[in-house]
Every structure is written in C-alpha cells, then in structure tokens.
Design a protein around this ligand. Structure first.
Ligand SMILES: [Zn+2]
Ligand SMILES: [Zn+2]
Length: 202
C-alpha cells in the first residue's frame, strides 16, 4: 500500500479537502508519480456541478512529477524519470491506432468516470471507503498518485518540472486549437478571449 495525501471532493459544490488516502501498488502498465506541480482547469470543477460522478473523487488532470515506482510491463519509463501526465487512451482502438487518442473509443470511461474502465478504484480513505482516483487516468491533486504509463510523457530533467503540468491539457488544447482545428495561416488574425493556460498557448 502507498500512503499519501490528496485533495478529495466529497460532495457537489463542496471544497477540495486535504486527506490521507492509501493507494494500491501499481498494476501492469501503471507507474507511481510523486507530483511536483499541477494545473487547475475548468474540467477539474466539472465534478462540483455535474451529476452522477462517483464521489469521493480526487481531481487533477494535468500534472507533472517524478516516477518513483513502475508496474509490470512498463518499458518506456523508469524510476527517476520526469513526466508530464495527460489524458488516458487505450492504444488499440481505431482512433488510437490512427494517431488520434483524444477520440479513443473508451475516452469517457478512462477520463471522465473517475474510475478504471472496469469501474474499480485503487484508493481508499482513512475509514477504508473507496475513493475514485482515476480522473483522466491520473488524479494528480495528490502528493503521490498512480497513473497509466501510456499517458505519462517523459520530459527533459533540465526543465522546471513544477511548471510543466499544464502541457498535459491546457497548452495542447490552446496550441491544438490554433495549429490543428483552426489551421490559422500566416498573416491571418484571431482573437483569443481569456489568457489562462489555454489562451496563452493559443
Ligand atoms: Zn483541462
Ligand atoms: Zn483507444
């Protein structure tokens, strides 16, 4: 068991409260990450207004940190690697195989259910009750978390790790909107409303 602390959402419109939780050791294809920094995006506030999510829940979906343990079958990451953690995907459906993991056939259960695809969870609170800790495959509002290796991307150790988290969502969303979705051409103009991670990257 891994002992850690996390910001837990227990009720809609409730606060994120810092609690002690325990996590299972990493399973096949999973890694344990000590979090250095994490962005706060409107997606992390969604569970405070949306119905039907399995609370209590640990949010956080654009984190960065250092790998402290790896599960079976993980070959591309090792202990000590610095990683940015993004959304989860299966790697084997038609969308994933054509290089579009954001359209993964199991995107919603992997990222927006708070649970694993099989509905299970790897976390318990101090009373031994289940806590959902798979938000976007990572739940990075925590000191230590278990993530799927597939959505942890190794980064250069010379970079300021605590600042890199928003690369996992906000920065790729803003840059992708301009470079891919809008395909803004040289010499043309766009207006960006709002200058958080998404707007600044755009
Ligand atoms: Zn986001
Ligand atoms: Zn897929």
């Amino acid at each position: 068991m891994i002992q850690t602390t996390a910001a837990v959402l227990r009720e809609p419109k409730g606060p994120f409260t810092i609690e002690a939780i325990t996590l299972d050791e990493p399973g096949p294809g999973e890694v344990v990450v000590r979090i250095a920094g994490v962005g706060l995006c409107h997606t992390d506030l969604l569970p405070r207004v949306a119905e039907g999510l399995p609370l209590p829940l640990v949010c956080g979906h654009e984190g960065s940190g250092a790998v402290v343990a790896v599960g079976d079958g993980v070959t591309e990451l090792e202990v000590g690697d610095h990683v940015v953690i993004s959304f989860d995907s299966c790697g084997s459906c038609r969308s994933c195989e054509s290089g579009r993991p954001a359209y993964c056939a199991t995107f919603f259960p992997r990222n927006l259910s708070g649970r694993r695809v099989d509905g299970g969870t790897n976390a318990k609170d101090a009373a031994g009750e289940d806590v959902s800790a798979r938000w976007f495959g990572q739940s990075t509002f925590a000191a230590v978390t278990v993530v799927t290796a597939r959505n942890a991307v190794k980064v250069d150790k010379g970079l300021p790790l605590h600042l890199l988290g928003p690369l996992g969502c906000g920065f790729q969303t803003g840059a992708g909107a301009v470079l891919e979705s809008l395909r803004v051409e040289p010499g043309s103009s766009i207006i960006v409303f709002g200058a958080g991670a998404v707007g600044l990257a755009a």
